[in-house]
Design a protein around this ligand. Structure first.
Ligand SMILES: Nc1ncnc2c1ncn2[C@@H]1O[C@H](COP(=O)(O)OP(=O)(O)O)[C@@H](O)[C@H]1O
Ligand SMILES: [Mg+2]
Length: 240
């Protein structure tokens, strides 16, 4: 479980999120929605401790992540995978090297074991043929799948997907959503999905939390979200 408590985050004295609290329950999919620029990515990066908050705390399975030493946080990040908006593959490394990177960084597995793990993960994503390709040679959907293979290579407990379907055509987006659902099942992943893609929200239909003007203004099931009388939720549903 991830517990966000009274969190205020911002930059240069300005706040992006103010005093927000949210619980991400185990083994579920929580969808974080809100208009572009409302602070979704900032919240996710704060969970990964890439940003420090002005105030408030985040607990992962009861552990206050801002109290961890750097080395302890490095261990924690193995459990907290993140698929960045835009995939964030390393352009000078091949597909194989990109996916293998966390294994080289965090484990002392043999080359053979690394090769087997990487190919197994790429197979799961339907990508067994692109091992030696460079990221520039791949389509947007393939890049996402490579990034997905890399994100789960250390068998995390939690995974954050930041805008996994943004910029993809609807068919490819649907494939990515199916992979996200498959992954959750296969690895029992507690998943957090940041999106403003209504189709993605509808297909995943887990819990929904909405950020609006620095606050969490909705937190409930997808059905409650869909039927909410809150004008801000309705307007999001209509114009997204
Ligand atoms: N590293 C940063 N430094 C300063 N401001 C930032 C930084 N990252 C994000 N912001 C600001 O925080 C706000 C929320 O951004 P973001 O979380 O990326 O929005 P979104 O909901 O679209 O993901 C924006 O106003 C953005 O300019
Ligand atoms: Mg974002």
């Amino acid at each position: 479980m991830i517990e966000i408590k009274n969190l205020t985050v911002g930059f240069n004295g300005d706040t992006v999120l103010e005093n927000i609290s949210l619980v991400i329950p185990q083994n579920e999919i929580t969808v974080i929605v809100g208009r572009s620029g409302c602070g979704k990515s900032v919240l996710m990066k704060t969970i990964e401790r890439l940003f420090y908050p002005f105030s408030g705390k985040i607990f992962v399975d009861g552990i206050d992540i801002f109290s961890l030493k750097r080395k302890e946080m490095k261990e924690m990040r193995k459990r907290l995978a993140m698929l960045f908006q835009g995939s964030a593959l390393l352009d000078s490394l091949s597909v194989f090297q990109n996916v293998a990177l966390p294994l080289y960084e965090h484990t002392d597995l043999s080359e053979e074991k690394i090769f087997n793990k990487v190919t197994e993960n790429l197979k799961l994503m339907g990508l067994e043929d692109v091992l030696d390709k460079m990221p520039a040679e791949l389509s947007g959907g393939m890049k996402k799948r490579v990034a997905l293979a890399r994100a789960i290579i250390l068998k995390p407990e939690y995974i954050i997907y930041d805008e996994p379907t943004t910029g993809l055509d609807p068919i490819i987006a649907d494939e990515i959503i199916k992979l996200i659902l498959k992954m959750r099942k296969a690895y029992n992943l507690t998943s957090i999905i940041v999106t403003h893609d209504l189709d993605c929200i509808r297909k995943i239909a887990g819990r929904v939390a909405m950020i609006h003007e620095k606050k969490i203004i909705f937190d409930g099931s997808y059905n409650e979200f869909k039927n909410s009388a809150d004008i801000r939720v309705q307007s999001f549903m209509r114009f997204s």
